[in-house]
Write a protein that binds this ligand. Structure first.
Ligand SMILES: *[C@@H]1O[C@H](CO)[C@@H](O)[C@H](O)[C@H]1NC(C)=O
Ligand SMILES: *[C@@H]1O[C@H](CO)[C@@H](O)[C@H](O)[C@H]1NC(C)=O
Ligand SMILES: [Zn+2]
Length: 375
């Protein structure tokens, strides 16, 4: 696992020379400082459900594949990334398919892939923390919005991309200035965001062929996309260091289990970020039970059950998964009440801060914070 021992050789570490370098070889990545956590702010207006200039409001429309709402949502994403993050790579992965309720018409499914990696990496060299949500909404009932399912997760991922961009830029510039040209897993880390289409079943029951249209197409395509010879990773699937899937987030009092033993270490890292932010009074929700309440789960307590979702086609192909979905599902799930008005905004903003902090910590951003003066 990549975070076990991360040889670190950037920025300030070099200035402290030999002794520090010795330590650096055995140090695990650094947790974000309290100061860093305090700086993780967000603009409430971005999540204001009536603010069409924000991140969230434009997604709070029906977004059924093959309808104008799907195209409008795609346009919102593209406008945002082109304007705010022009140097990120935007890729579409498109497919079509029929569903049990739309006859012979070919329905279009378009996954948007957005990524940024260190400037020195060649194709097939970067590893990506991969943050994922689906943007389609359910075919029925008519006018279903899907605010927690998954407009809010999409808006959170947009916020994270924009927020971490400046830190990534600074880190890459410092490394280039030091002549660090990568070649190790920690140095070649990038961030990838997948906004997936066609997660929902069209018919009234979820089946293996009527659901996950976008994620099945993407995982299959990536399995057969070979990186250039001598790349660090053979295909885009193996470039995913961790697949973090956000779903059904935005209702009050979420309870997120740790689903998978192989990634429980990552769950614990996120739970610890949440815990630290609560103790520093940086979160708005004042709950007795943390969102990520299973940090203390032991191996015997894991069982093979999980919630079917967009991670499945990737998990089947060996990708490590962290699934952030409440169990049980919020009451508004798959009802007309799953709209902007029924969101719990303090919970939405807290999720945004927690996942942002987890992302920055994963990317080892303490590296760019100057060390305090030593006496
Ligand atoms: C936090 O923000 C303050 C004020 O902008 C800045 O001086 C400080 O360096 C930041 N600290 C971290 C760790 O980002
Ligand atoms: C894929 O779908 C997107 C969104 O509908 C569209 O903008 C893009 O042109 C399509 N790409 C291809 C190659 O068809
Ligand atoms: Zn759903």
């Amino acid at each position: 696992m990549m975070q076990q021992s991360r040889p670190s050789s950037r920025g300030h570490l070099l200035s402290l020379l030999a002794l520090q370098l010795l330590f650096a070889l055995t140090i695990a990545y650094q947790t974000l400082s309290d100061d860093f956590l305090r700086n993780l702010t967000l603009a409430e207006s971005d999540f204001d459900i009536h603010n069409q200039e924000g991140l969230l409001a434009p997604i709070l429309i029906p977004r059924v594949p093959g309808t104008p709402g799907q195209a409008k949502t795609q346009q919102h994403f593209v406008n945002f990334f082109r304007k705010e993050l022009p140097d990120w790579t935007l890729l579409w992965q498109n497919s079509t398919g029929t569903t049990p309720v739309t006859g012979s018409r070919q329905i279009p499914f378009s996954n948007l892939i957005v990524r940024k990696e260190p400037p020195w990496t060649k194709p097939g060299q970067a590893n990506y923390l991969t943050l994922v949500a689906h943007y389609d909404s359910k075919f029925k009932p008519d006018n279903f919005i899907g605010a927690i399912d998954s407009a809010v997760p999409c808006a959170i991922l947009m916020h994270i991309a924009r927020f971490v961009d400046k830190y990534m830029k600074q880190m890459h510039e410092e490394m280039v200035a030091l002549g660090e040209l990568g070649g190790t897993v920690p140095m070649d880390m990038g961030l990838q965001i997948l906004l997936l289409d066609g997660e929902e079943a069209f018919g009234s029951s979820w089946t293996s062929t009527d659901s996950l249209y976008g994620s099945r197409a993407l995982a299959e395509e990536w399995e057969h996309t070979m990186n250039p010879a001598l790349s660090s990773y053979r295909d885009p699937l193996s470039q995913i260091s961790l697949f973090v899937l956000l779903d059904l987030l935005g209702s009050a009092n979420p309870r997120i289990p740790s689903y998978f033993l192989p990634t429980h270490w990552a769950y614990k890292n996120m739970a610890s970020v949440e815990d630290r932010m609560r103790k520093l009074d940086l979160l708005e929700t004042k709950t007795k039970r943390p969102f990520l309440y299973e940090a203390g789960k032991v191996p015997d307590q894991f069982n093979p059950s999980f919630v079917g979702d967009d991670h499945e086609p990737f998990m089947k192909r060996g990708v490590p998964i962290l699934h952030l979905i409440p169990s049980s599902f919020p009451d508004v799930w798959h009802t007309l009440q799953d709209d902007g008005e029924h969101l719990d905004m303090p919970t939405v903003r807290d999720w945004c801060k927690i996942v942002t902090a987890f992302t920055l910590e994963w990317l080892d951003m303490m590296e760019i914070v100057p060390e305090p003066e030593q006496s």
